[in-house]
Design a protein around this ligand. Sequence first.
Ligand SMILES: [Zn+2]
Length: 80
Amino acid sequence: MDEHCIEAVELLYHYLDGELTDERRSLIQHHLDDCPPCFEAYDFEAELRIIVRQKCRDRVPEALVLRVAAALRQVETASE
Ligand SMILES: [Zn+2]
């Protein structure tokens, strides 16, 4: 990794968080176009974020929670 890469990787996290100015964003975009290792790192991070975001949104369905709660209640009443 050269100096630009280190800089780019550091900025990458802000880039992914959408915390960069347009100027810096285009700088990174430019570096990513020229530098396959950084592009791959970006790609991985971007995918990871998307996955995490999806996982956070897809919480446990309420129907499942209710079913589990009902099952637990049944177990409780059966043991009484
Ligand atoms: Zn690079």
